[in-house]
Design a protein around this ligand. Structure first.
Ligand SMILES: [Zn+2]
Ligand SMILES: [Zn+2]
Length: 366
């Protein structure tokens, strides 16, 4: 009996079930019995062929959680703990970052290392079980692994998922000061976690722009003080909200998690002089934004920071945050619905239509 996986054969082609042989395990590797994986915005982009360098066919699902089924040799978690069969494990989806190239060593931007690969996105199904939309995942030697903290339900971890890990990186880049007013653009999985973490980082006030209404309600539960429906307001009305909330000065920090070229233009007019803007939602090319550099950057003395991918440290710190705050911050509510491997075309359609904040994948259900 083989291992069943859901394969994305090519852009726009329906996801199909395929059976894979159980892999032979190299020393230092493990086979994970998948409990949960996820369908995130990136998977929808990949499915539409909007992300360059995806080696189709792939098994999608880059962030996942599972149980160590088989282990070869001595495997250590990132905290040094020895992993044993039966442990509930999570792993950092980015692997093979080389540690030797210019990006890794000189400019210290390892998320731009050209050797890096990502489970479920840049690993081909031709190489085996490198994605979470499968009954089992092959953890090759060198993958960064952690034991899921005791008390954190696997459903909660995966509901936070890649959005939470990305948000940890965003908050690093945002360098929020105690008492700041922070605007978060976008209330998808990344924006929702960014709201909660901005709050933990000391923001006195968090404003969220987005849609639809049910996600804005969730944004409030995640810690937003004021939410604004972008489908029910125009630019001037939103500017007025920010004026009211900041005494006319503008927000100290804005975080872009919307993936919209228009959102970038809008934020430039809403950030105070000398403020900061972190752009994280343009993982694919959403086209050019039109900016008046004199008004919005130079004279405003604005600081703009990009945020690409994440590092092991963000993953590890996301686990610490979940351990401490999972009972009070409703990450579990982001993962609204679970789908079996046979239902993932529907899950992609639901994710694309924004019918749910995030679709969970439960490969062994049904
Ligand atoms: Zn993702
Ligand atoms: Zn490198």
């Amino acid at each position: 009996m083989g291992i069943v996986a859901a394969v994305m054969p090519a852009p726009r082609a329906p996801v199909e079930l395929r059976e894979f042989p159980e892999p032979s395990l190299a020393p230092g590797s493990a086979l994970l019995r998948t409990l949960y994986s996820e369908v995130c915005g990136t998977d929808v982009h990949v499915w539409h062929g909007r992300l360059a360098g995806v080696p189709f066919p792939i098994i999608p699902g880059h962030v996942s959680v599972g149980v160590a089924d088989k282990i070869r040799g001595d495997i250590r978690a990132v905290d040094g703990r020895r992993i044993v069969e039966g442990d509930t494990l999570v792993f950092f989806d980015v692997h093979r970052t080389c540690g030797r190239c210019r990006a890794c060593t000189v400019t210290r931007t390892p998320t731009r290392c050209e050797a890096r690969r990502v489970y479920g996105i840049t690993d081909s199904a031709a190489e085996g079980l490198f994605g979470g939309w499968a009954q089992a995942i092959y953890l090759e030697p060198g993958v960064s692994i952690a034991v899921l903290p005791a008390g954190v339900p696997p459903e909660t971890y995966i509901s936070g998922g890649c959005g939470l890990i990305t948000a940890v990186h965003i908050i690093d880049r945002a360098a929020i000061t105690l008492g700041d007013t922070v605007l978060v653009q976008g209330v998808g999985a990344v924006g929702l976690s960014a709201i909660a973490l901005a709050r933990l980082a000391g923001a006195a006030q968090v404003i969220a722009f987005g849609a639809p209404a049910d996600r804005l309600a969730l944004a409030r539960e995640m810690g937003a003080d004021r939410v604004v429906d972008i489908t029910a307001t125009n630019d001037e009305e939103r500017r007025e909200v920010v004026r009211q909330e900041t005494g006319g000065y503008g927000v100290d920090v804005a975080i872009e998690a919307a993936g919209s070229a228009r959102a970038v233009e809008e934020a430039m007019t809403l950030i105070r002089d000398g403020g900061r803007y972190v752009i994280a939602g343009h993982y694919t090319d959403a086209g050019p934004s039109s900016i008046n550099v004199h008004q919005h950057i130079n004279r405003k003395h604005l600081e703009i920071r990009g945020c690409w991918g994440s590092e092991v440290g963000h993953f590890v710190r996301a686990l610490r945050l979940l351990e401490r705050h999972h009972a009070s911050i409703p990450w579990h509510a982001i993962g609204a619905r679970s789908y079996g491997l046979g239902d993932l075309n529907q899950a992609l359609a639901d994710a694309e239509a924004m019918r749910i904040p995030k679709a969970l994948v439960q490969p062994r259900s049904g």
